[in-house]
Structure formats: C-alpha cells, structure tokens
Ligand binder design. Structure first.
Ligand code: S3P
Length: 443
C-alpha cells in the first residue's frame, strides 16, 4: 500500500527564512557515471542521495566499480575508459531514472556481452528510440526492434565516431552520444537543439576532453575526440534549481513571505523557471553569483507577490524550464490574463504525461484551459483564486513532480487535498517534506 498525504490547511506565514535544497540530480548522475570512467578516486560533496542517483550507483557497482557513501561524501574509484566489467547476461535496473537509462546506453555501447537495461513500470513506458537510433551508428547492435525497456545490446570494444542531428532538444540523448563518443576512435560531430549543458561543461572544465562547441542558427554544434583517458576529479555539487522551484512557487503564492535559497546551480540552460516567473512579475533576485567549473552558482531571494500577470511564452524557453512546467501552469492559474504555452509535446513523455496532468489538476481547480494543437495550452488565470473543494490526486504513475506540485497547490491555494504515493518525492528530492515542515507546513 502506498501512503497518501492529507493537506487541509494553507501554509502560515513563515516571514523570512533561508533554506538549502538537495544536490543537483543531473550533475549527480553525471558525476557517478563519468567518475567510473576516470582513472582513480573521485570525490563528490553534496551528491544527491535520491532513488534516481542510487539507481545509477547500483549500476556502476554491478559493473565492478567501488562506491563509498559516507556523511555527505561520495567516493568512486574509476577504472578508466575501458575498465568496466561486462559480464554475460547482465541486467541493469535504472528504476525510475530516464537520465540513468539513457546515459548508460551510451556508456555501455561497447559492451562485449549482451547487456540488458530495464526499469520500473513508468520507465518501461518511455521512449528509448531517441538513443537507440544514434547509438546503432557507433556500431552497437540491439536485439529485436524494441523502442521501450527492457532493451539488450552489445557492441565492438572501440566504437566508430558518428555525425548526428539531435532534434528533440534532449540533454539525455545528447549526453548518451557524447559519452559513447569517448570510446570511439576519431571525431564525433553532433548538431543538437539546445538543452541543459552539464555534460559539455564537465567534459571541458573537469575531464579536459578535446571538445569544441559552436552555437549557430538555433543549434549547438558539438565536436569531440574519443580515446582520451581522463584523471580522477572532485566535484562540489550545487543545489538543484528544479527542486528549489517548489519552494520558489510556495513563497510566491503564499502570503507575506521572504525566502532565500542558498548555493543553487543557476546554469542559464536551467534558468527558464526564474525567467518565466520574472516575466509574470515575480521579481526574484539572484545574489552572490560565482562560477564553478563552468557552472554558475548563486543564492536566490523570493518574496510573496500579488498581481502576477499572464505570459505568452516563446517556445525557445521551453527546454530551460522543461521539468518546471507543472509549477508554471500552477502560477498561471492565478495570473491576470490568458497565458499561452506551445510546443510542449516532450512533457507527455516524462515520468507521467505531464501536459495532461497539468491540464487535469488545473481543471479540477476550476480553471478554464484549452489545449492547442495537441502540444500547447492556454490558461485563463483567476487572480483571486481560493480553493474550497476536496481534491484527490492519484494514479499519476508515481511522478515525483506531480506529487510535489499538488502539495504546493494545496499549501498555497486552499482546499482539502488527498495526494497518493507520498514516497515518490524520494526519486529526486528526499528532503522535500523536511524542508516544508521546517517552514511550518504540516505534511
Ligand atoms: C535531464 C534532461 C531532461 C530532464 C530530466 C533530466 C538530464 O530530459 O527532463 O529530468 O539530466 O539530462 P530530456 O533530456 O529528455 O529532455
């Protein structure tokens, strides 16, 4: 039986507080995978210890890599680019983590034995074709013509370099190809729609891989050379802006609050949520900005705000806010005017059909909403929205971001909420409940 949470009171004013959220999920998973391919002991501080990152750790352990986790430090003993132990009939379980599943397809594309990647019920529904098609070009063979997990593949020890155009704006796909390219002899050329660039920054500033990146005509052109071994490295993982977003919106939509979130990754390719909320009139401030291994780190300050206004969002901003749209829809529901969002078909390919879930939750809240061209929506905001009804949120494929968004709606807009699958926030943000309670919520 999965536990549910009941919320019937809005959060009381916590006035002025400061919090630190868990470490960045994208960077944590990249640290686990890339440190396994390094030569020597790598140490991360503040690695996110969520279920998704633990899935990545369990996988590298199965491949012969030693991992120690002790009080905020994670030590990984890398065995070099070709040091992973592939065994016959290995089955690797990515749990709920799409990032792990897709990136390890690239990392293991040169397995000399058939290797099987699987995942939980939700991950088994997600598209793997986006990585299978380009990885085949490296010389890897896939069993049967499957596009969903479980999938099995094996490949030559040294891969062929590839040229490929990535048209989904998927950082997971781009990163899988970049990692496979490390094991290929020659130059790989990728033309990618822009997406989060943590892998590029790590290759360039941490691993010192020969890589060139040009931005032209709406695409990122990435050129990199394989077969370059890299040394061990250390990484201080900053806070995750996607996790912070729940507290940004909690503060914005509650009354008379002022919150500072410290040590956050504010990489521009992840800053869409701040840009969109500021366009709505949020006035979020970025403080103490510094750079770290190519990433940008800062504290941010948010105050509760009335009179937010609707936006007509340029789809160019979609990828930098891709995990935050449920929250953006929630804020739109109290904005003055009609907000419009377009080209969001990728949202229905996440842990749950998030575009559909956004529509469903807002409709339950009595908000007028219209789907446009099957991949966009218009939201008619109600600035004085006050919920009084009962709401039950269930059967959302245990999507952590649906759970956390519904919790923030309950704590800021009122009503009586029963939200199922309480444990699912551990996928990405284990401290979510604790931080909420430290601000006076009772969940
Ligand atoms: C991620 C990329 C995004 C994002 C996911 C994490 C990553 O997915 O939604 O939560 O770490 O590369 P796509 O690359 O499929 O857009």
């Amino acid at each position: 039986m999965t536990k549910s949470v009941f919320i019937k009171n809005q959060i009381k004013s916590f006035k002025k507080k400061s919090i630190i959220v868990d470490g960045d999920k994208s960077i944590s998973i990249r640290f686990v995978l890339l440190s396994s391919l390094s030569n020597g002991k790598c140490v991360a501080t503040n690695l996110l210890e969520s279920d998704d990152v633990l899935s990545a750790i369990n996988i590298v352990r199965k491949l012969g890599i030693k991992v120690k986790i002790k009080s905020k430090l994670c030590e990984i003993n890398g065995k070099g680019l070709f040091g992973l132990k592939f065994k016959k009939n290995l089955i690797l379980d990515s749990g709920n983590s799409g990032t792990t599943a897709r990136l390890i397809c690239g990392m293991l594309a040169n397995s000399n034995f058939w290797i099987t990647i699987t995942g939980d019920k939700s991950l088994k529904k997600r598209d793997m074709k986006r990585v299978i098609v380009p990885i085949k070009k490296f010389g890897t063979k896939f069993k049967r013509n499957k596009t969903k997990l479980p999938i099995s593949f094996k490949g030559p020890k040294i891969l062929k370099p590839i040229n490929y155009t990535e048209k989904l704006g998927s950082a997971q796909c781009k990163s899988a190809l970049m990692i496979a390219a490390l094991k290929s002899k020659g130059e790989t050329n990728l033309k990618c729609l822009p997406s989060r660039d943590h892998t590029e920054l790590m290759f360039k500033n941490v691993l010192k891989i020969p890589i060139h990146i040009k931005k032209r005509e709406g695409y990122d052109y990435i050129k990199l050379k394989g077969m370059n071994e890299f040394k061990n490295f250390n990484y201080k993982i900053p806070g995750d802006i996607s996790s912070a977003s729940f507290f940004i919106v909690l503060t914005l939509l509650s009354k008379k609050n002022n919150l500072t979130i410290k040590n956050l990754n504010i990489n521009p390719s992840r800053m869409g949520i701040i840009k969109v909320l500021n366009m709505m009139g949020a006035k979020i401030k970025v403080l103490k900005r510094k750079s770290y291994l190519g990433e940008l780190i800062a504290d941010i300050n948010i105050r509760s705000k009335k009179n937010l206004k609707a936006v007509n969002l340029n789809p160019r901003l979609n990828s930098s806010a891709i995990d935050e749209f449920l929250l953006i829809f929630l804020v739109s529901s109290v904005c003055k005017g009609v907000s419009t969002f377009r080209n969001l078909s990728e949202l229905n390919k996440k842990e749950s059909k998030r575009l559909d879930w956004g529509i469903k939750i807002l409709k339950m809240m009595g908000i007028k909403i219209k789907k446009i061209n099957n991949s966009g929506i218009k939201i008619w905001g109600k600035p004085n929205l006050k919920l009084e009804k009962s709401f039950i949120i269930k059967d959302f494929s245990k999507d952590h971001r649906v759970f956390m968004t519904a919790t923030i709606a309950a704590l800021t807009l009122g009503g009586n909420w029963k939200i199922y699958d309480q444990d699912c926030f551990k996928t990405s943000f284990p401290k979510f409940g604790k931080i909420l309670n430290s601000l006076g919520a009772r969940i």
